[in-house]
Design a binder for this molecule. Structure first.
Ligand SMILES: C[S@@+](CC[C@H](N)C(=O)[O-])C[C@H]1O[C@@H](n2cnc3c(N)ncnc32)[C@H](O)[C@@H]1O
Ligand code: SF4
Length: 88
């Protein structure tokens, strides 16, 4: 039994265009997105964070935001969710 629950935010930062008013951390996609590499990097970062805190934390919810997350393929988005939940 773990002691505390965290909410995980997954940021998928690319959009078709960058809207001129937008202050968010988002970027116009230029060509093909390196989505596989990006998801791998997110998972490595998550793994590192969870290893440091594995005795006290569990992931209670996952929110995927952007950017425009629908630019990513379903497979890559699923991978980020499935792997993040694999140890729970
Ligand atoms: C960051 S966007 C992410 C989701 C999606 N890309 C979209 O535009 O709906 C979320 C919302 O923030 C709004 N937004 C972006 N820049 C803003 C700003 N400077 N001030 C207020 N709202 C902003 C957008 O219009 C959008 O409704
Ligand atoms: S995150 Fe939304 S508001 Fe910002 S550039 Fe992308 S589509 Fe436009």
């Amino acid at each position: 039994m773990k002691d505390a629950s965290i909410a995980l935010y997954v940021h998928l930062a690319w959009c078709t265009v960058k809207c001129p008013y937008c202050d968010f951390n988002s970027y116009a996609a230029r060509g093909r997105l390196a989505e596989h590499s990006y998801v791998d990097a997110l998972l490595a970062d998550l793994d590192n964070e969870l290893r440091r805190a594995e005795d006290v934390l569990e992931i209670g919810s996952v929110f995927i935001g952007g950017g425009t997350p629908s630019l990513f393929s379903g497979a890559e988005v699923s991978a980020s969710c499935i792997v993040s939940g694999a140890d729970s």
